[in-house]
Design a protein around this ligand. Structure first.
Ligand code: ZN
Ligand code: ZN
Ligand code: FE
Length: 760
């Protein structure tokens, strides 16, 4: 039926609207409303021309927002009137490449319920097919080579759809209409089980079944997933888990465990509502939750910890694997400790057969490496710890528009990169620690890829002030205009950006080490900051960092440094000799040669963990602080002591001196006070000290907003104590949710600063 006096509109939809079933959805509602015209994907998003009755068009625009597919994030719908044309039906047109890609690429999404039903149905042609997907689910970011998101530009281009798949792909009413990775057992990727000598042991469903039975025998399997290879073992088999640890050289860092469903998750961990929502979201991160006491898994999975990282299957392959296996599997990144996760087939074979007995391989190419994301659910909401699969790329809108094309290259550890132009920025997946050559290669690959996907051709590079970071060196070698940002300013900027504020805040940046403007290593900082700049107004007392980088891996060194600061000489020796037999060397080093100093809060946590005998040498980053927090969480007593500290104020700077607090810790420990109470007392006093300084700063500077950032704020207990205290004193507190508080958030903060300084 043709409307009387038809109206025609050109409608532009922006946001994450490609590769999420948006065009079929537009087609369906256009048909329902008797509209004619067309829809297409272009580099700006989705473009529609629709013609029909005025009322229908109004309704149509409303439905575009209200009924959008689950994976879509509609940011704007704008329209303009056109002259009516003579088209008779509504069609989906070929994608247009306008050469300026700003349409956000969708994330890799977990298998949807409808696909799972098909996989479980013996009469369905996709019964037990591990690469089943549709427009509501499946791989995206990890298979896309360039935009617009169409099959020829993905790694699925090597597979030709069979007639049946093609029919689904072409049929506008089908769930698989323009599902770019659409596949079936006849035409799509297949599995192979491979031996270390390269023999194909079995293929297809047999490969899956044989993998399951070999895992049951206790073998280690390398399994190709979505963004890389995992190493898998039976999570209940203690010997296998320990063997995997020793082969990987990963001594304590917890392994993640994949469980079949929420019911299984519930048997192993305490789940709050937030954790359940995170676990079952299409993003499917690893979620850290409190372990139940009576779980049946190997204790070698997360030694010394009360928490466990668990996740649910996110591809049909994982779903079938867990279902057939019948109980949880350790699924850890396929690499030797410190290397990046393997994702290319030949590299995986070279590296992983040193660790794995078998390899479950498939022939769908992974274009870009993407680890599993890690998140947690705290009492103040979700917090992302590692942004990767499901969360990358993350596109966020700026409050201002920028006139530059910006690349922010992040920090050295936990590196991510961010591109920005116009009114958006996009942050990459977790890349890793740049000191490893293959991670650095991954960094350069991601820089190029992200720029291409989002059409950002950088004319300004934002980097850290640390001259030795490889990301800084990359920036200098680029010959582009560059902008150096101070590490902790970038932390605070990332928190401000995430909380959509541009007004000045009191920024509390507690982390490991970052280069300060005075050339010393900062990390316990109070800044009056906005996106333009900052003033350092308070910090933790500066102390020698004996042995530089060595002190990071050996918390006892920082403990010796503090002992040297606070105790009389005879006591220094008494306490430090207990910490490490070599402590006298460190002592004479501190006393003889000026060492670099640091104000790092992370290092203070290290020192206390060492003084309390919790951890003197670490095998993974943050281990000492994590174990100190865990001790405090075990505390049930309300009578733990209140520890003292001093706040020294001069004209231009406030210095927080925890010397008293450390002396009291030593005294109480000698007196036999339980570890949990002391750990809790320490957390409580640091929070009090923080609140007191912020309260003073708030009244001096007439600012009532505090932003908490830096890796130390991954510590939920400390965050919560600080937040409560600050709010009690009438301050507004901003924390992290979407952007990690650790160095994974640095590139986002750098980009936010760069955009603001170059706003239109
Ligand atoms: Zn699906
Ligand atoms: Zn097919
Ligand atoms: Fe940092």
């Amino acid at each position: 039926m043709v409307a009387n006096n038809p109206v025609r509109r050109r409608i532009r939809v922006t946001g994450t609207v490609q590769g999420v079933g948006f065009r079929p959805f537009v087609y369906r509602i256009a048909k329902e409303l008797d509209l004619t015209g067309y829809v297409l994907n272009d580099s700006l998003g989705v473009l529609i021309e629709a013609q029909g009755a005025q009322k229908s068009l109004d309704r149509f625009e409303q439905l575009l927002i209200d009924n959008a597919p689950d994976l879509a994030i509609v940011e704007t719908v704008t329209s303009e009137e056109l002259d009516p044309s003579s088209d008779k039906e509504f069609v989906i047109l070929q994608s247009k490449d306008l050469g300026l890609a700003a349409a956000p690429v969708s994330i890799d999404a977990a298998t949807c319920d409808q696909c799972l039903i098909e996989i479980d149905d013996p009469h369905n042609r996709r019964y037990r097919y591990p690469f089943t997907n549709c427009t509501n689910c499946g791989p995206r970011y990890t298979i896309i080579k360039s935009v617009p998101y169409d099959r020829p530009f993905t790694t699925m281009s090597t597979f030709t759809m069979c007639d049946e798949c093609q029919k689904e792909y072409d049929e506008p009413t089908d769930r698989r209409f323009h599902a770019q990775p659409n596949a079936c057992p006849r035409c799509g990727p297949t599995l192979q089980l491979i031996s270390p000598r390269g023999l194909v042991l079995s293929t297809g469903d047999d490969a899956l079944k044989q993998t399951v039975s070999l895992l049951k025998e206790g073998l280690i399997a390398a399994i190709k997933g979505l963004g890389g290879y995992h190493l898998a073992v039976d999570a209940s088999n203690d010997a296998s888990v320990k063997l995997l640890r020793s082969k990987k050289g990963r001594w304590d860092k917890p392994f993640a465990v994949m469980v079949q469903d929420l019911a299984w998750a519930n048997q192993i961990c305490e789940l709050n509502a937030g954790a359940k929502a995170l676990l079952s979201s299409p993003k499917r991160p690893i979620v850290t939750c409190a372990k139940k006491k009576d779980h049946s898994l190997s204790n070698a999975i997360a030694p010394n910890l009360d928490e466990l990282g668990i996740f649910l299957p996110y591809t049909p392959l994982h779903y079938l694997l867990l279902k057939d296996f019948g109980s949880p599997l350790v699924l850890t990144s396929g690499n030797m400790t410190d290397d990046p996760i393997a994702y290319e087939d030949s590299d995986a074979r070279n590296r992983l057969f040193q660790l794995a007995d078998i390899m479950l391989h498939h022939n769908r190419t992974i274009y870009i490496r993407c680890d599993d994301s890690v998140a947690k659910s705290t009492c103040s909401g979700q917090q992302l710890i590692r942004r990767a699969r499901g969360y990358a790329p993350e596109v966020m809108r700026l409050k201002c528009s920028t006139r530059r094309n910006i690349l922010a290259v992040g920090a050295e550890l936990k590196n991510t990169v961010t591109v920005a132009k116009d009114d958006f920025l996009a942050t990459s997946q977790h890349i890793g620690d740049l000191e490893h050559l293959s991670t650095y290669q991954s960094f350069t690959h991601t820089v190029a890829h992200l720029g291409n996907l989002f059409g950002v051709h950088p004319d300004l590079i934002v980097h850290d002030q640390h001259p030795e970071y490889l990301s800084t060196k990359f920036a200098h070698q680029s010959n582009l205009e560059s902008l150096a940002t101070q590490h902790h300013h970038a932390h605070i900027a990332s928190c401000m950006f995430e909380n959509q504020t541009t007004d000045p805040v009191i920024g509390v940046a507690f982390d490991g080490l970052g280069m300060g403007t005075d050339g010393t290593l900062w990390g316990g900082e109070f800044l009056i900051a906005d996106l333009e700049g900052f003033t350092r107004v308070a910090h933790l007392k500066a102390l020698p960092l004996p042995g530089g980088a060595k002190a990071i891996k050996e918390p006892w060194r920082m403990a010796v440094s503090w002992l040297n600061e606070i105790c009389p000489p005879e006591q220094v020796e008494k306490y430090s000799s207990v910490l490490n037999p070599k402590s006298y060397l460190v002592l004479s080093l501190i006393q003889a040669i000026p060492q670099p100093t640091t104000t790092s809060m992370g290092r203070l946590f290290d020192a206390v963990a060492a003084l309390l005998g919790i951890r003197s040498v670490i095998t993974y980053e943050g281990q000492a602080a994590i174990e100190l927090e865990m001790q405090a969480m075990r505390n049930t007593s309300k009578k733990y002591p209140k520890l003292d500290y001093e706040i020294l104020t001069s004209d231009s700077m406030i210095v927080a001196d925890p010397s008293q607090l450390l002396l009291q810790i030593l005294k109480y420990k000698d007196g036999g006070l339980p570890l949990e109470e002391l750990a809790m007392a320490f957390h409580n006093s640091i929070a009090q000290m923080t609140v007191q300084i912020c309260t003073t700063l708030a009244s001096i500077n007439r600012i009532d907003t505090v932003a908490l950032s830096g890796g130390v704020f991954q510590n939920s207990l400390l965050s919560q104590l600080c937040k409560q205290g600050l709010e009690k004193n009438g301050m507004r507190v901003m924390t992290h949710h979407r952007i990690p508080p650790n160095d994974g958030g640095i590139s986002t903060g750098q980009a936010a600063i760069g955009c603001w300084k170059n706003r239109t």
